[in-house]
Design a protein around this ligand. Structure first.
Ligand code: SAM
Length: 421
């Protein structure tokens, strides 16, 4: 084991992450869900349909599972075989506790380095790796190892730290490292006092305001006293994937990247100018204007499965898909967490996270109809749209669905000829 891995393993042995949860059912009942969980995000992960391996259940890997992710995935994806790998025995012990508590016969746990995951001799239709690769001395090596066990047609959900919002975190890490502050109770107490004394304008202050979990010492250590961590900008995410032979498969929540929602506070002409950029340019610009992305959560696929990366013929849904004659074949699915939140006159309110939208009856019927059971083309025939003149109906529905996609409220699968046979 190299020095970096040894110090990372030591941290997660002493400070198993996340702070342990003792009952998954209760936690989920409180509203807990993990971004990119295959159970909730199948349309985003596999727009052409979920691959069906012959002779075995679909396999999901949680790489660097921590204390609960592998058990959570096994609990919520009962029809899948879930494998959890982690360096930390303390984390795996808690995964085992959850396995026993919830009777998770579909879960296997291994202690080890994800860079050696190929030694398990398995391939996975889904891989979840969140908050892990940025702690490796060479994250590229870790990503290549994951890519090597991704089944053809499979998809990964990755979470990497975002560089802009964490600027102040790295400033403090730098100071605490120079001061040789340890990860023990005395070190944590010292670092907490230091953080309290930061001037109002310190970049870390803004980060601290938005990170409620820092109340837990485990999260505080993970943030400010980590021996190895780095972060990525939007263009660096794409470069990272490309070096590993992977294709970008979409953000788990488009709302943070497209100008529509992310630049709501900007004047319409500024927002429109950014929105007119090609998608990757737009996302890079939005990141630099908002500075609020502390993490990037996204989907990656084998580049060979992405016939035309970034184009409408590929697997990933892109803005261009809504401009092609095939758009009515797309199959809309409401995103996890999107809920009706009441009515206002004839309008219906929907909420997802911090976003609220107000829709008239026709648009509300479209969103309610976006349940994965029919294509966009079939939605055009909804009785609620009868009032919309046929001459403009197609264009209005198409633009509405494209906007719901940019706001992250709807994901799309590919129906018609684009679906998996
Ligand atoms: C911040 S925690 C994230 C846990 C979990 N993925 C989640 O999102 O809640 C990072 C985890 O990755 C594990 N880890 C770090 N480097 C690893 C490696 N090279 N191989 C396997 N696990 C690793 C750590 O032990 C720790 O449990």
């Amino acid at each position: 084991m190299d020095d970096v891995t040894r110090s990372v393993a030591r941290q997660y042995e002493a400070w198993a992450y996340p702070p342990p949860v003792t009952d998954l059912a209760a936690k989920i009942a409180e509203g807990y869900f993990e971004l990119g969980n295959p159970a909730d995000y199948a349309a985003l992960l596999w727009p052409r349909g979920r691959p069906k391996p012959a002779g075995r259940a679909p396999a999901i890997l949680s790489a660097g599972c921590g204390t609960l992710q592998a058990a959570y995935l096994a609990f919520t994806n009962r029809d899948c075989e879930v494998t959890g790998v982690d360096l930390s025995e303390a984390s795996l012990a808690h995964e085992r506790f959850l396995q026993e508590r919830h009777g998770l016969a579909n879960l296997r746990l291994f202690r080890g380095d994800l860079r050696e995951v190929a030694s398990l001799g398995r391939r996975f239709e889904g891989i979840v790796c969140s908050g892990v690769l940025h702690h490796l001395a060479d994250p590229d090596e870790g990503l290549r190892a994951l890519a090597s066990v991704l089944a053809r047609g499979g998809a990964m959900t990755l979470m990497l730290y975002g560089a802009t919002a964490r600027t102040g975190v790295y400033m403090l890490q730098d100071v605490l490292r120079r001061l040789k502050v340890g990860q023990d109770a005395a070190g944590v107490a010292f670092a907490r006092r230091l953080v309290e004394q930061l001037p109002e304008h310190h970049f870390a202050r803004w980060y601290l305001r938005g990170a409620a979990e820092l109340a837990h010492d485990t999260a505080f250590v993970d943030t400010f006293l980590h021996p190895q961590d780095r972060a990525y900008t939007v263009p660096q995410v794409f470069d990272f994937l490309e070096r590993a032979g992977l294709a970008f498969g979409g953000w788990v929540d488009n709302a943070h990247y497209f100008a529509d929602a992310a630049l709501a506070r900007f004047a319409p002409d500024v927002r429109a100018a950014v929105a007119a950029l090609p998608a990757r340019e737009q996302w890079a610009a939005v990141e630099m204007l908002t500075l609020n992305l502390g993490m990037h959560v996204f989907v990656a696929r084998d580049a060979r499965d992405e016939a035309a990366v970034g184009g409408p013929a590929g697997t990933a849904i892109t803005p261009a898909d809504f401009d092609t004659p095939g758009w009515p074949d797309l199959v809309p699915h409401r995103a996890p967490g999107l809920q009706r939140a009441g009515t206002k006159g004839n309008d219906v309110l929907y909420r997802r996270g911090a976003q609220t939208i107000e829709l008239g009856p026709g648009q509300a019927a479209l969103l309610d109809g976006a349940d994965g059971s029919r294509t966009a083309g079939q939605l055009l025939a909804l009785p609620a749209l009868a009032q919309v003149p046929p001459g403009t109906r197609d264009a209005r529905v198409r633009e509405f669905l494209a906007q719901m996609w940019r706001l992250g409220h709807v994901h799309f699968g590919r129906g018609g000829a684009g679906a998996l046979a």
